[in-house]
Unconditional design. Structure first.
Length: 419
């Protein structure tokens, strides 16, 4: 029985080879010094995560750590999303009319003065159009002030193959309290749109803080799908992105766009669609080269520009963008802080601070920045576990243990039987 205990202890020791301890600076390959622009002794600080840091982090940010002389510093990672507050105002659409081939216009009566508004959305079931729009404001319908003379609305609908619909029919203007609005849609020889109504809104908008990337890209022509495929490489997984913008010197085009994501450039999943165009004619002048899609953290993005039978457009460059991630943490001016990253086996940290941050006034946060990313001088390259470097050792060891235990049990059985 003593021999069996020895083998059992040896087996448990071997099984413990792959366990991991808590935060150990030697396991993090990279670090970056954190500086805070602060004249006080301390407070709460916020740090925007730059793209250079994302490139060193695991895709789920599990290896992100803040450290000072006392060890790990609790933090919470957040997304700086846009904050939009929109309210609809009741209004009566009247005087709808068309000057055939020239313009379609209508007026809106908001019923009273003093109601603040900053945009009007045109409601129409019409498809596949581009129009320039002018919006005027008045309080007496006799004197009109131009609010936006360069508005543009469009719709792109493709019902063949992959269904694509991209639409924008809102015209913004400086916030005001005009009782009446006049909307003039420049048809410029096109068939008038079918106007079914309009919605006046007041929008208080705080744009999301964004970070942009200029990834390497390859352009190829897909004869089967009649498309130009632009494949972007962000360099690694984990970098958040949700929008793009093309640069081209091509003129006079109108194309649908489908956006895909992939981790390996082989298997692609659709994450969005859009519509790009560039038109400069007497009838209409306008451009849209940007598109949005569901946020992705995949390394590769493919933009398929649907050419149909038209000549491909020339792609000069592509820019992707994503919403900034920031870190909030407690800062003490007497301490030195560093950001650590680069541990593939790290487990995401969990702190009580994540539940307490809702009680912090984020408007008064100190601004933190990171310096250049450096290799951690204390980093020790992990040794490959014996079970991985020699995959046959563990099974062999287990077989031997089982055989020995079988022999011990057999001997014990024979001894008991003789007694």
């Amino acid at each position: 029985m003593k021999l069996a205990k020895i083998f059992l202890a040896t087996f448990l020791l071997f099984a413990a080879f792959n366990t991991f301890a808590d935060f150990n600076q030697k396991l993090w390959q990279y670090q970056s010094k954190i500086t805070v622009d602060n004249q006080s002794k301390g407070g709460y600080a916020t740090l925007d995560i730059p793209s250079t840091v994302f490139e060193k982090l695991n895709s789920n940010l599990s290896d992100l750590r803040i450290v000072n002389e006392d060890g790990e510093v609790p933090f919470v990672a957040a997304t700086q999303n846009a904050k939009n507050y929109t309210s609809d105002l009741p209004g009566r659409v009247y005087n709808l009319g068309t000057k055939l081939g020239i313009s379609t216009s209508f007026e809106i009566d908001l019923g009273q003065k003093g109601l603040a508004h900053s945009g009007v959305t045109i409601e129409t079931p019409s498809e596949n159009f581009k129009r320039g729009v002018e919006v005027y404001g008045s309080n007496d319908t006799a004197n009109w002030q131009l609010l936006n003379g360069k508005g543009q609305i469009f719709d792109y609908t493709n019902r063949e193959g992959d269904y694509i619909n991209s639409r924008y029919t809102t015209i913004s203007y400086p916030e005001g309290t005009w009782k009446f609005l006049r909307v003039v849609i420049n048809d410029s020889g096109e068939i008038p749109l079918n106007i079914t109504g309009a919605k006046v809104t007041r929008e208080v908008k705080e744009n999301a803080k964004e970070i942009s990337y200029t990834p390497a890209f390859e352009v190829s022509e897909n004869s089967k799908n009649k498309s130009t495929d632009v494949v972007l490489d962000l360099g690694q997984e984990g970098i958040p992105h949700s929008g793009g913008e093309l640069s081209t010197n091509s003129e006079i085009f109108s194309r649908g766009v489908v956006v895909y994501e992939s981790a390996d450039k082989n298997t692609w999943s659709t994450i969005g669609q859009g519509y790009i165009f560039s038109v400069d004619t007497p009838k209409f002048a306008g451009q849209n080269l940007s598109f949005n899609y569901s946020e992705s953290r995949k390394r590769y993005v493919k933009i398929s520009i649907l050419n149909q039978d038209d000549k491909p457009i020339n792609i000069l460059s592509v820019k992707l963008s994503g919403t900034v991630r920031n870190i909030i943490f407690k800062y003490n001016n007497d301490k030195h802080y560093a950001l650590f990253m680069g541990n593939p086996k790290a487990v995401a940290s969990q702190y009580d601070f994540g539940q307490l941050v809702q009680y912090i006034d984020t408007a008064g946060l100190l601004k933190a920045d990171v310096g250049p990313i450096e290799t951690n001088s204390d980093y020790v390259t992990p040794q490959i576990p014996l079970s991985e470097s020699s995959p046959y050792i563990l099974p062999t060891f287990l077989v031997v243990v089982v055989i020995i235990l079988f022999i011990l049990v057999a001997r014990l059985f024979m001894t008991t039987k003789k007694q």
